[in-house]
Design a protein around this ligand. Sequence first.
Ligand code: NAD
Length: 468
Amino acid sequence: MSDFTMTIGGEQVAAPETFEVVNPATGAPHAQAPACSPAQLDDAMAAAAAAFPAWRADPDARRAALSAAAARLREHARELAVILTAEQGKPLGSATVEVFGTAMWLQYFADLALPREILQDDEKAFTEVVRRPLGVVAAITPWNFPLALASWKLGPALLAGNTVVLKPSPHTPLATLRMGDLLRDVLPPGVLNVVSGPDPLGAAITAHEVPRKISFTGSVATGRAVAAAAAPRLKRVTLELGGNDPAILLDDVDAAAVADKVFEAAFANNGQVCSAIKRVYVPESRYAEVVEALAQRAGEAVVGPGTEEGVDLGPVGNLPQFERVRELVSAALDGGAKAAAGGRALDRPGYFHEPTVLADVTDGSRIVDEEQFGPVLPVVAYRDLDDAVARANATHFGLSGSVWGADPERATAVAARLECGTAWVNTHLVLAPHLPFGGVKQSGIGVENGPWGVHGCTDLQVLHTARG
Ligand code: NAD
C-alpha cells in the first residue's frame, strides 16, 4: 500500500501496484508510490479531456484558481519541503525555497496580462491573432526540481485554458503527488491530474491519443524519444533538455570574487541543475589562482543529509546519477586530471560525493564533453579567446552559458558569440517567471516562462473579419 495517492478526475486514487522511492541520504527505500495502471492512465486522460470545455470557457475563473493554488502551496510549504528533501536530497532550506518558487510561478501566471494582438483595425478589416488552448497537455518532469519544474508547465498550460496530466520522475514522485492532493479542491475536477509510475509510464503518456501536447523536461536522450513518439500524431512538444553550460572567464577577472559566484552557479542543487555551470574556461595566465580559489570554496562547503542544520550540499539525487558522477570523476583522474578539491564519494551510507574541482583537464575528455549533472566542475585552460569561444560552442548542447570580466561591454560582446538559449554576463543561473528559458541545438525545442511559455501551450488562430 502506498502512503501517497494519485489525483484523477478530482478523486484520490490508489494504484493496484506500487514502487519504492529511495531516500538518497540513506540509500534505503522510505516510501511506496502508486504505479499508475494503463486503465488509470486512460481515466486520467478522459478526465482531463472532459474538464477542458468548461475550463477553457472562463479565463477569470482560471486566474482565480491559479492564485488559490499558489496560496495553498505556500500554506503547506513546510510539509512539501520535508517530502522533497526526503526523496530528492536537497537541504530543507533549499526545498522550502523550491516550494515558494513553485507558488511564485503559479502566481505570476495567475497575474500575467495577455493583451489582445490586433493586427488590423480599419475600414477594410478587423484582424486579430487569437491564442486557442490545445486541449490536454501532458507534463513530464525530472527529479532535480520536481515541484518548480512542474509549475513552469502548469502555470502557462492552465492559464491558456488547457487541462493537464502531470507525471513526475519515479525518483521523486512524492511531493508532486502531495501537490495534486493539495490542489484537489482548488482546481475543478479533471483540470489537473497527477499520476506516477516507473519510466514506461512516460512513454505511455507520450504515445497516448488524448494529449495534444507533450511538455517535457529531462535528458536529451529521453527528449529524442518523446519527439519521436509525438511525431505520428504531430503532437506539439516543448522539450527542455540537458545542458553542458560553459563559463568563460576573461583575463581581467577578480579571481576570488568570480570563483565564489562560479562555485555557486556550478554546485547549486549539488550541480543538478540543467543550466548549472558544467565547465569553466580560464586564461592560462590566471589558471592557477582561479583553480585555487574554486578549490578553497569547494573545501568550505558542508556536505550532509538535507535534514541537518548547516548543510550546503545534500547527496546526489539517486543511485544511477551517483554512479555516473563517480564514473566520470574516476575516468578523469585516470586520464591525468588533478583533483584540486574533493575527488571521492564519502564513505557513508547514501549517495554523498565530495564537491570536486578538477584541474588539468581539457576538451575531448568525458568530464568536459558530457553533462555531469553532479558536484564536480572541470576547469579548462585557454590561451586564445577565439579558441575558448569555439570550444565552448563545440557541443550539441546549447542551453546557456556565461562570460565573466571586469569590462561588461567586452564580456557582453563575447557572450553574444555563445550558441545557447541564455547568455549571462557576470552572473549565471538567473531564472525568473518572466524570462523565457529554453535551449538551442539539442538542448531543446521551444521555451517556457513569460507570454512565450503561454503561447507554447496554444494554437495560433488568425481571426479576420472583412469590413465594407
Ligand atoms: P530523464 O530524461 O531520465 O527523465 C525525465 C522524465 O522523463 C522522467 O519523468 C521520466 O520518468 C520520464 N521518461 C523516461 N522515459 C521516458 C519516455 N520514453 N517517454 C517519456 N518520458 C519518459 O531525465 P532526469 O534524469 O529525470 O533529469 C535530468 C536531466 O534533465 C538532465 O539532463 C537535465 O539537464 C535535464 N533538465 C533540463 C531542464 C531544462 O529546463 N532544460 C531542467 C531540469 C533538468
